[in-house]
Design a protein around this ligand. Structure first.
Ligand code: 0L1
Ligand code: MG
Length: 262
């Protein structure tokens, strides 16, 4: 049974207040076990509309839980998506205020920027590669609002799939010149290698995650417009960070990006 509109709005505010004021909440399915996947996305889209109504711009999308290892760890069988708001976005060399976040973790990702619209159903990796203007390095900073990062898939979807900040840098490249499946990544924190990975960690190929996003959005009648920036999902495991940490990620063929938590 679906939640009513008033409850969807109440829960959207509940999750968004926790994001804006950086405090933990318990997973919402504990109080609303009857919540459906559609309710979860309705909550996410309602919080997104609230940000836009306050003058924020939605600057992109993200796919989450895209690695088999992470899906297994969380006991879920499907990835999820979220939106990226203007104030989530940081450039290479930035300082990110950790006190605005709860328990952030960093994960290396490949970002796609589209040159033509992409829509489902039936969207596949070939459609994605043909519609991609360029790819570039990114690091996502995830920050589940749920206590101890403990959640289920519906709760995490309602919480905008843990989106909080992201950093872009390095070099933009044409996908024709790269093998995104074998593209390697080395993540260092304070000069120490903490994670390594390759693009295939993302559903076998990062473009698969973009196709999946187009197909999931089609269920709501939504299309990925030309120019959309999309984080395709984590290549590395997510690593917890603390104040003062310097994060550097080296991407094969795409350059390096660095930033600091202050
Ligand atoms: O971007 C991600 O893969 C994270 C999605 C949400 C799950 C989490 O917070 O770990
Ligand atoms: Mg991510």
């Amino acid at each position: 049974m679906s939640l009513d509109r008033a409850t969807i709005e109440k829960l959207a505010k509940h999750c968004e207040d926790a994001e804006l004021e950086a405090y933990e909440i318990t997973k919402i399915t504990e109080d609303y076990p009857e919540m459906t996947y559609k309710d979860a996305y309705d909550i996410q889209w309602t919080a997104r509309a609230a940000k836009e109504a306050r003058g924020h711009k939605i600057v992109g999308m993200k796919m989450g839980l895209t690695s088999q290892a992470k899906m297994k760890q969380m006991g879920v069988s499907d990835p999820c998506y979220g939106y990226l708001a203007d104030y989530f976005s940081f450039g290479d060399g930035s300082c990110i205020k950790i006190d605005e976040l709860i328990h952030p973790k960093v994960e290396a990702e490949i970002a796609f920027v589209l040159k033509s619209d992409l829509s489902g159903p039936g969207c596949h990796i070939g459609d994605v590669l043909a519609a991609t203007d360029f790819v570039m390095p990114a690091v996502e900073i995830i920050d589940s609002r749920y206590k101890d990062f403990k959640f289920d898939l519906k709760s995490v979807i309602a919480d905008n799939s843990s989106s909080s900040r992201y950093v872009t840098g390095g070099r933009m490249r044409d996908v024709k010149d790269l093998d995104l499946k074998t593209l390697g990544v080395v993540m260092e924190i304070n000069g120490e290698v903490v994670e390594v990975g390759a693009g295939a960690a993302v559903l076998g190929h990062p473009a698969t995650a973009i196709a999946m996003l187009a197909n999931m959005l089609a269920e709501r009648g939504e299309v990925l417009k030309a120019g959309t920036f999309i984080l395709s999902g984590a290549i590395t495991a997510a690593v917890s960070v603390k104040k003062g940490d310097n994060v550097t990620v080296k991407f094969q063929d795409l350059g390096t990006l660095s930033f600091k938590f202050i």
